[in-house]
Design a binder for this molecule. Structure first.
Ligand SMILES: [Zn+2]
Length: 672
């Protein structure tokens, strides 16, 4: 969580950018950047305002309904205040919403009406004694613009209702895809989407232009009215009454008894959306029963009983926290943006590729920039554009390193090529081996991440070393050929699960020269005598071992000169310190050998004779596992001599020195 000062600065920038966007969108009918990126900026603002409520101001775009008035058209006050709807971007949020509103109607069944959300322009229609009198844009929710002259041109709008009611009706004005294509082909002005075209048509002063664009209306709401006892008591009844009055409604609406059923519709509509007559950008969910709606009430901004469930967008905004270099299997150095995790196209992502140094320069990308990212079926999203207005001056220029970050060799970039490569042919191959070792059984034992997966992640420049695994999000993997959605989930789960492996597995996984499983155990055991805790971070491992000299290591039972030298060398390498730091940052907490498991701690064993229930090697391992040690000859310091069949001189020696002896059965009992 940012501090108050940082939050305040960020909030101000988000507000400025959103206000500018709104002005261009609602007033000038221009889209500065995609709506989906606007949505994620708005979400970030909402989140920050949630954490720092004292920073909410009345002019915040989260507190307002929408458009600044254009000024040319007459302004009219709405009969009732127009609220916008709260947004959700996935089913999880829908279920959370369901749980929240259920509290207001405890124990009652709640049913819902779901309608595809037409991507058009919100409109209020006024009928007096069954006659159309006025149409008003939403404006700021209190005052809108009178656009009766253009709305009147909509062919499906009845000017006279089937019954002589006085009503305020809410609906959406839109242009069909077919008309949009027709108009965009012929016209001199190109429009980004049907919504912009409709918005432009509605605000024309000349109704003929609106008539040419063939506006359509779909109604879904009745506001102020003189229906009296005939007033509908549910959303479904409203839709039925609207039809009865000859008012057009969205023909695709659904009645559901539970939110669970909506999930299917949500998925179906995402697939079908391109085949519909009109653009939709999600679903609108409403609690059907008005009595329940009433009890759920509204927040300051939105009614609680309704929700706009939007489709996942392929674009979103995020912030570049850092730019790091991935070294691929061919030695190619690829700069990758590490992002503030963001939900895009149905999953959370944390990386975006920046391709190469020229691309960074061309797009003017800095560390700390707020950017629009896009996922377009690619494995890893890319940065589309930098929102330069969001800069604070603290952004940092990225400098492409001239040395390989993996092996330190110099890099080469042939003239006319965009890609810089490590000159060391073995560099990336070694990296691959190390990763394969890291995930293997006996090491971090990460289920579902084998050599093939490691290869794929490296080839796609998604990871460079083992630390990167722990920063992956599901969305970073979802488009890789080897992964299906379900597997992605499992892989991320097992990576995260491996954050709590035993210390000796972690030490072994680091792949230091000469350090096998046994030495790793010896080191972990030794470590546990230094620190009185159950778990330990990788960085504290560095803190203990970095100052160690060769003699410090050889004093540990079971560690010889060669191993000791390798350890000293490994721990003095700054790159390795950085690795341990990143592992700690990722939240790794390694388990130390536990007291209960160290019941043989400090005990020395000598094994003699043949054992029947386990091999000599297994017996040794068990003793070590339980914290004890095994030596070759009996002395006064020996705790136990385990006496197997045909035991020889060692047994004699034990008796001589009065050292305790154990039969194989007694020994097995001791192991437990
Ligand atoms: Zn290299």
């Amino acid at each position: 969580m940012p501090n108050h000062k940082a939050a305040s600065a960020r909030i101000n920038q988000l507000k400025k950018e959103l206000i500018k966007w709104n002005y261009h969108y609602f007033t000038l009918d221009e889209e500065l950047f995609p709506e989906a990126a606007r949505d994620s900026l708005k979400r970030e603002l909402e989140q920050l305002e949630g954490e720092f409520p004292d920073l909410i101001t009345a002019d915040s775009p989260t507190q307002r309904v929408g458009a600044v008035l254009l000024g040319k058209l007459p302004k009219v006050k709405h009969l009732s205040r127009k609220y916008s709807l709260a947004d959700a971007f996935n089913m999880e949020e829908v279920y959370e919403w369901g749980a929240r509103i259920q509290k207001f109607v405890e124990g009652e069944a709640v049913s819902f009406i779901a309608e595809p959300k037409i991507d058009g322009l919100n409109i209020s229609l006024h009928y007096e004694n069954g006659e159309f009198v006025r149409a008003i844009t939403r404006g700021d929710g209190v005052i809108g613009e009178d656009v009766s002259h253009t709305i009147r041109t909509a062919q499906n709008l009845p000017l006279t209702l089937a019954k002589k009611y006085t009503l305020e009706v809410g609906g959406e004005v839109y242009i069909t895809r077919k008309d949009f294509e027709r108009l965009n082909e012929g016209g001199e002005q190109q429009f980004a989407n049907p919504r912009n075209l409709a918005a432009g048509a509605v605000r024309q002063l000349d109704p003929q232009i609106a008539a040419d664009r063939n506006l359509q209306i779909a109604c879904y709401h009745i506001g102020k009215n003189n229906l009296g006892d005939a007033a509908p008591k549910s959303q479904q009844a409203i839709l039925e009454l609207l039809q009865e009055l000859n008012l057009p409604i969205n023909p695709l609406y659904y009645f559901y008894n539970s939110l669970k059923e909506i999930e299917k519709l949500y998925k179906e509509l995402q697939q079908k959306r391109d085949t519909l007559e009109f653009d939709i950008d999600g679903l609108v969910l409403k609690v059907n029963d008005f009595d329940q709606q009433q009890r759920m009430g509204r927040t300051a901004k939105t009614p609680r009983w309704a929700l706009a469930l939007k489709f996942p967008a392929a674009q979103a905004s995020s912030k570049i926290i850092d730019i790091q270099i991935q070294v691929g299997r061919t030695g190619a150095l690829t700069p990758v943006a590490h992002l503030q995790p963001v939900f895009v196209d149905g999953s959370t992502v944390s990386r975006a590729t920046l391709h190469n140094e020229e691309e960074i320069e061309r797009k003017d990308i800095h560390i700390g920039d707020t950017v629009i990212i896009q996922k377009a079926g690619d494995i890893i999203p890319e940065v589309v554009e930098v929102l330069t207005d969001m800069r604070t001056g603290l952004e940092q220029q990225f400098v492409m390193p001239l040395k390989c970050p993996i092996c330190g060799s110099h890099t080469v970039k042939p003239e006319g090529e965009a890609i810089r490569r490590c000159s060391n042919k073995k560099c990336s191959a070694r990296q691959r081996e190390q990763l394969a070792h890291f995930v293997a059984r006996g090491a971090m034992n990460i289920d579902g991440v084998g050599e093939k997966v490691v290869d794929q992640l490296l080839n796609a420049d998604i990871i460079t070393d083992a630390t990167d695994l722990y920063f992956l999000e599901e969305g970073d993997l979802i488009n890789l050929p080897l992964f299906k959605e379900k597997r992605v989930h499992n892989v991320i789960d097992s990576i995260r699960g491996s954050k709590h492996r035993p210390l000796h597995s972690f030490i072994f996984a680091l792949g230091m020269r000469y350090i096998g499983e046994k030495t790793a155990r010896d080191l972990a055991q030794h470590f546990s005598t230094k620190i009185n805790k159950q778990t330990v971070s990788p960085l504290s491992v560095a803190k203990i071992f970095e100052p160690y000299a060769v003699e410090d290591y050889t004093a540990i039972a079971g560690i010889g000169d060669k191993v000791a030298e390798s350890l000293v060398e490994w721990f003095k390498e700054p790159h390795n310190h950085h690795l341990l730091e990143r592992f700690s940052e990722a939240g790794l907490e390694l388990e130390l050998p536990q007291a209960a498991l160290s019941k043989l701690a400090g005990k020395t064993f000598v094994l003699t004779g043949t054992l029947h229930q386990l091999t000599r090697t297994d017996a040794k391992q068990k003793i070590i596992d339980l914290g004890g040690s095994v030596v070759g000859s009996v002395s006064k310091n020996t705790s136990y001599v385990v006496v197997g069949e045909s035991a020889g001189s060692k047994y004699e020696k034990a008796k001589e020195l009065d050292v305790a002896t154990l039969s194989e059965d007694e020994f097995m009992q001791m192991l437990g």
